[in-house]
Design a protein around this ligand. Sequence first.
Ligand SMILES: *[C@@H]1O[C@H](CO)[C@@H](O)[C@H](O)[C@H]1NC(C)=O
Ligand SMILES: *[C@@H]1O[C@H](CO)[C@@H](O)[C@H](O)[C@H]1NC(C)=O
Length: 302
Amino acid sequence: MATKLFLLLILLSHVASSLSEECHPQDKRTLLQIKKELNNPTLLSSWKPHTNCCDSSWYGVICAPSNNRVYSLLIEMNEDLASPFPPSIGNLPYLESLLLYQLPNLTGSIPRSITKLTDLKSLTIKKTGISGPIPNFMAKLKSLTFLDLSENHLSGTLPFNLFHLPNIEAVLLQNNKLTGSIPPSMARLNSLVVDLSHNRFEGDASVFFGFAKKTETIDLSWNMLAFDMGKLEFPESLKHLDVSQNRIYGKLPDGVKNLEWLNVSYNRLCGEIPTGGIMQALDRNSFSHNKCLCGSPLPSCK
Ligand SMILES: *[C@@H]1O[C@H](CO)[C@@H](O)[C@H](O)[C@H]1NC(C)=O
Ligand SMILES: *[C@@H]1O[C@H](CO)[C@@H](O)[C@H](O)[C@H]1NC(C)=O
């Protein structure tokens, strides 16, 4: 009986060890190289050459159970990590999710090697010291569904081709120093969420609107955009729209009545606020500081 139990235990331990298999040597080499490029931060002291990177002992590393390749990397909330963006991240060919969050001393620009991550679905580089433009080559990340580059020091104009990403659901670029006009090619963007707020964009942003879109949330607030609001076509899906703090003119189109939330304050709009939907239930601050908007919830048009 005891021998049988012993054999069973041996069998079970074999099963267990085959379940938590060793990390792929190529991924381990790459992770150790990334650690080196990041100047060996204390945050990554659990990344040790003679341990298994797939048994959840390595900070921020997750492997896929199916092939034991690294598919998720998450490094966040650390001020000691002071280095340029580690180019070796591009050598994790099975990476699907990369999150670099609140790393104020991660600096430099987004390296071209990132285009090797052809399986990448979710990319977040948020609240870091990353600067320079959003490179054209980002459009090569064809699997991307979620792109969050908000709250960095990115500057320059938007790449004209970024929005050829076929599966993109969210584009979050708020709180950077992005400038210039919105490229007309952005009309092809059909994501659920677009946030370009708190930048320095100019000119026309009507490419984000149109009956055929499936967009639910658009935030363009705190820019220098100037276009005729009266000509916008509102997609039926659109629920949340913030265009406050721009130079937008014209009148409010009837389509605003289908929204669940709206803020058009601090622009150059004119004319009567359409009646219906939640328009009259909104705070008057959603409409204040325009050229000559009138009607409930603002004072009547006379
Ligand atoms: C990281 O940045 C902070 C400011 O955000 C600064 O005070 C600190 O000295 C930096 N640390 C390193 C290691 O560079
Ligand atoms: C609308 O936007 C302005 C400026 O961004 C802001 O001050 C105001 O509080 C917002 N209104 C509401 C109701 O959120």
